[in-house]
Design a protein around this ligand. Structure first.
Ligand SMILES: Cc1cc2nc3c(=O)[nH]c(=O)nc-3n(C[C@H](O)[C@H](O)[C@H](O)COP(=O)(O)O)c2cc1C
Length: 472
């Protein structure tokens, strides 16, 4: 079932009708961000998008892929299952394969990305067509790459080599910002390196097969190898190749690879960036990556994803793989646990069902602001997880004047009351950059792209009598 690279997966998506090749010319900004946002709203199983006619680039020389894993159909195909496999069955199969961990990797001598190599006068802008996703993003981002690093104290321990997805802000020709959240493995490794007065070597793989991206987004134990788990999930050893500069193991099928190091004890402003919570994260001091070598395939594909109010591609990438470890850990202590659903806003809400051990064993609480549309389940899920958290945050920060918050609009207007809340702004839906046509998509997309998606949206129209998707 294994897909050797992103291109093989896109081919499969095409065969299954889960892929749209946009041949019309698009601007990098704002078209790609608008398309990324809009595609998440079309029907129950949005397709992947590939753009290879980018304004400012020769056609076919550079491409951008969006929303590659952005539907349950695409997620099922990632697992090699039929595209209509129900989510529950995907969970059961994912769980069965998870238990096969570890499957040792397959070490390769060469890789397609070694075809083109740049080690002098590196200019990332020559290689990757960067664009901003949301209006107030502080810069260009690489937001869907695998970042690989080793444990500086135990570098030969393969299990401790980490593969994670961490957002990277492009700050210069060979210079990135990185946001390692303190509890994540890369932050642990950076702390160890800094305590020793060292830099942390990293390899950054962009444009990957879907299985390694799912594993890189999974909360594995510190000494569990994402590569060995990828082998278990795809039921075949995962192919890796050594980085020429860092000696790190890199996904063989990557489109573009950057090698360099996180500079120890150096911090620079990073952000703001529209995040999975549906609001902007603020600008903070974050570590910095210096790039020393770039390798890429000929005519590489830049894979990215849109982030914003759920659901977006990110929610498929961190849905079942957040539920599964929680389920397994809870089940060990509480055998009555039947299922765990931690798919809403990156597990900020977890819904756990149990059998009853005694009266009151399982206590459920579920409420949401009545002013929200109760039937708009996407918004209810979002409000249950993120908005409730904001309400708590604002109550704590308002120095005893606990404000009565009844609707989201009011929450936003309260933000300036506290310094820590000032950065929280809702993400706007992007406006169409060109004049509208009669299709609902054209409100969000450039007209040429909306037209190319039209057959798709028609196919996904609900049966007559049902209302179309609320977001459109
Ligand atoms: C698209 C995407 C972007 C992410 N960005 C970040 C980030 O900037 N910083 C971070 O610490 N985690 C980020 N994450 C979450 C981590 O990848 C995820 O929690 C992972 O399990 C971390 O693994 P580790 O602690 O095992 O290294 C992101 C996840 C996804 C899917």
């Amino acid at each position: 079932m294994a897909y050797k690279d992103l291109r093989a997966f896109l081919q499969r998506l095409k065969e299954e009708g889960q892929f749209v090749h946009v041949e019309q010319q698009v601007n990098l900004e704002p078209d790609l961000g608008a398309c990324g946002r809009a595609v998440t709203s079309i029907g129950d199983n949005p397709p992947a998008l590939l753009f290879d006619n980018l304004f400012g680039y020769e056609q076919g020389k550079r491409a951008v892929a969006l929303n590659v894993i952005g539907s349950w159909a695409n997620h099922a195909l990632m697992l090699g299952l039929p595209k209509d496999t129900p989510v529950k069955e995907q969970f059961v199969e994912f769980s069965r394969r998870w238990d096969k961990f570890p499957i040792p990797v397959k070490e390769m001598k060469d890789a397609p990305f070694y075809k083109n190599e740049v080690t002098k006068d590196i200019n990332l802008f020559d290689i990757l067509p960067f664009f901003r996703l949301n209006d107030h993003d502080g810069g260009f981002y690489i937001d869907k790459a695998c970042v690989i690093s080793k444990d500086p104290v135990d570098p030969d321990n393969f299990g401790k080599q980490n593969v994670g997805v961490y957002r990277l802000q492009v700050k210069g020709k060979d210079h990135l910002g990185i946001q390692p959240v303190p509890m994540h493995d890369i932050a642990v490794q950076l702390r160890m390196a800094e305590e020793r007065g060292q830099n942390l070597p990293v390899a950054i793989a962009i444009g990957n097969d879907p299985v390694i991206l799912i594993m890189a987004s999974s909360p594995l134990l510190y000494d569990q190898s994402e590569y060995e788990m990828a082998g278990a999930i795809q039921e075949e050893p995962y192919p890796v190749v050594k980085g020429k500069l860092t000696g790190l193991d890199i996904p063989w099928g990557a489109e573009v690879v950057l090698e360099g190091e996180i500079i120890g004890r150096k911090r620079e402003p990073e952000g703001p960036f529209g995040e999975f919570t549906g609001s902007y994260s603020g600008g903070r001091s974050m570590p910095v990556v210096k790039i020393k070598a770039v390798y890429h395939r000929t005519n590489p594909i830049f894979e990215a994803l849109y982030l914003g109010i759920p659901w977006t591609e990110l929610d498929y990438m961190i849905g079942l793989n957040t539920c599964l470890p929680l389920y397994k850990q809870l089940k060990e202590t509480f055998p009555e646990v039947v299922a765990v659903n931690a798919m809403y806003t990156h597990g900020l809400v977890a819904i756990i069902s149990t059998k009853t051990r005694y009266g009151g064993f399982a206590k459920a609480r579920s409420d949401y602001e009545r002013s929200l549309r109760p039937m708009a389940w996407d918004i209810v899920r979002w409000s249950l997880s993120w908005m409730r958290m904001l309400i708590r945050l604002i109550s704590i920060k308002s120095c005893g004047r606990s404000p009565r918050v009844s609707r989201p609009a009011k929450i936003w207007s309260l933000c300036p009351m506290s310094r820590s809340c000032r950065c929280i702004q809702p993400l706007s839906r992007r406006a169409s950059p060109t004049k509208s046509s009669s299709t609902p998509l054209s409100r969000l997309l450039p007209i040429s792209v909306a037209n190319s998606l039209n057959p798709w949206t028609r196919r996904l129209q609900p049966p007559s009598g049902k209302k179309p998707c609320a977001n459109l």
